[in-house]
Design a protein around this ligand. Structure first.
Ligand code: SF4
Length: 492
């Protein structure tokens, strides 16, 4: 089968057994791409009442037919699961090199079920799958875990792993890839699913070729598109996704003070991707087969680590009124190392700050004053969430459940859809987002319909939008959302 290795591995952690499942071409054609195929297997290997943190919840890594082909920006894989944050379908995707190396290891996907008795990590290398003791890695952060496993295996591998937050079963925990050049599958608490299986990491690598249909023609098309994409993506290359902060603020798109305010004009300049490029940016990096390279590495005052992207700058920055890029970078780094989703963590902290301001919670619950824009507040709450300590144990449940526990009207300040904190795009600014958040399978997701660029400045005559769709319209957003959800599901 072109574009696929034709095999996924069903891995049972309890019995340490592996079953090779041959892909059925009719299924592959019906459920196109990593998201579709992964969802097919989630339906097959879970029940409607499967508990998210039970051994029965499958954790499914899946790639699509472009993975390994060299098609620009196709180096993304999906992870599918039942979400401990929302209780419903969960999916999250990540770039980097993991999907590519999984395919070169000889597999299109992994379906991981059961729970290991002791912490383990899995190696998937050139068609062979093995289990290794991970007790010595339990408790380590994601960067250190990656470095140790790469050293232990001694071959070119990519590591997907959790940090302490996933081990502690925090529903805001993600799964991290590629060490310090971090690429994150962040949303929906999948890190806690991995932690519940006593699975610390998966390392993948190999050199199995992938069959590509009419490869020469594809390569010539890739060369042409790579050039175009490089030019079109120059802004992302230079400034990263955070380069969009100032424009987003002008439109009223960014969350400010837990979604309460509509303008942050002087401050946004301090935290933009342009400011990052002028001050703390060391270099950029790319996912596999991407000529754009939106990833950031930053360096300042003895600090050296991943640079925050748009969602992180907005959720840990403007949503919490933090206008210091170095503070946001440190908070981002902490989330990356602990293995936390910066979107949900930022949303949860902004929620706590507003509750404190409103007097709904006090120092009695939080153990400290919670202060808008303050580094100490931000860092302390991230640590508490990761370790399920103090008020962080409540916040780490996500804003919906935390509000239910707190009561006293806290629900009014909990900004979420289906239990998932909103990403950093305001549905009052682009109304298509409201329909997208309400109808997305996983809860508040800006990517499942991705309508807002077409409500801001883009057009797509092929879908019937020869001009930009009026962002303020209340009508026609259902049709717009449905069309773009279908389009995006093809890309996934
Ligand atoms: S480097 Fe950025 S633009 Fe390129 S595939 Fe990765 S996330 Fe997408």
């Amino acid at each position: 089968m072109n574009g696929y290795q034709g095999v996924v591995a069903l891995i049972d952690l309890a019995s340490r057994s592996v079953e090779r499942i041959e892909l059925d071409e009719s299924i592959v054609r019906k459920y196109i791409g990593g998201s579709g195929l992964g969802t097919y297997y989630l339906m097959k290997y879970s029940r409607v009442d499967t508990e998210p943190l039970s051994p029965d919840n499958p954790l499914i890594y899946m790639t699509g037919p472009y993975m390994g082909s060299g098609v620009p920006t196709s180096g993304r894989h999906h992870i599918i699961f039942r979400s401990p944050l929302t209780g419903i379908f969960g999916e999250s995707d990540a770039g980097g090199t993991f999907g590519y190396r999984l395919k070169r290891a000889g597999f299109d996907g992994l379906i991981i079920v059961g729970r290991a008795e002791e912490p383990v990590y899995i190696s998937v290398i050139d068609g062979e799958i093995s289990f290794s003791d991970a007790r010595h890695l339990w408790g380590l952060d994601t960067y250190t875990t990656e470095a140790r496993i790469v050293e232990e295996i001694g071959k070119k591998v990519t590591v997907s792993c959790i940090g302490p937050a996933g081990e502690n079963l925090v529903p805001l925990a993600g799964i991290f890839h590629d060490g310090m050049v971090a690429r994150t599958a962040g949303r929906g608490g999948l890190g806690a699913v991995m932690g519940s299986k006593n699975l610390k990491a998966i390392a993948v690598g190999g050199s199995r070729p992938v069959n590509i249909y009419r490869q020469e023609e594809l390569l010539s098309s890739i060369r042409e598109k790579t050039k175009q994409l490089k030019e079109a993506g120059m802004g992302l290359h230079l400034y990263g996704t955070a380069g969009g902060m100032e424009t987003a603020e002008k439109f009223g798109d960014i969350p400010i003070k837990n979604w309460k305010l509509g303008s942050w004009t002087p401050q946004v300049k301090n935290v933009s991707g342009q400011k990052m490029a002028e001050t703390i940016l060391e270099k950029n990096y790319s996912c596999f087969a991407c000529p754009i390279g939106c990833g950031r590495i930053v360096k300042f005052n003895g600090y050296h680590g991943g640079g925050p992207e748009y969602e992180t700058v907005a959720m840990l920055g403007s949503a919490c009124l933090v206008d210091d890029l170095e503070v946001i970078a440190k908070a981002n780094e902490l989330c990356n190392r602990y293995g936390l989703d910066t979107i949900s963590v930022g949303g949860a902290i902004a929620f706590a700050l507003e509750l404190f301001e409103e007097g709904i919670i006090t120092e009695k619950e939080t153990g400290r004053k919670l202060v808008w824009g303050e580094e100490e507040t931000l860092i302390a709450l991230i640590k508490e969430i990761a370790h399920k300590k103090g008020f962080g144990a409540t916040l780490g449940l996500g804003v919906k459940k935390a509000a239910e526990m707190i009561g006293r009207g806290a629900e009014k300040y909990a900004i979420h859809a289906k239990g998932m904190e909103l990403p950093a795009h305001d549905p009052r600014c682009f109304k298509g987002l409201a329909v997208g958040y309400a109808t997305s399978n996983r809860g508040a997701c800006h990517l499942s319909s991705f309508t807002y660029p077409w409500e801001r400045s883009a057009s797509m005559p092929e879908l019937g939008y020869a001009t930009t769709h009026d962002r303020t319209l209340d009508r026609e957003k259902g049709e717009l959302t449905a069309k773009f959800q279908n389009l995006m599901s093809m890309a996934d």
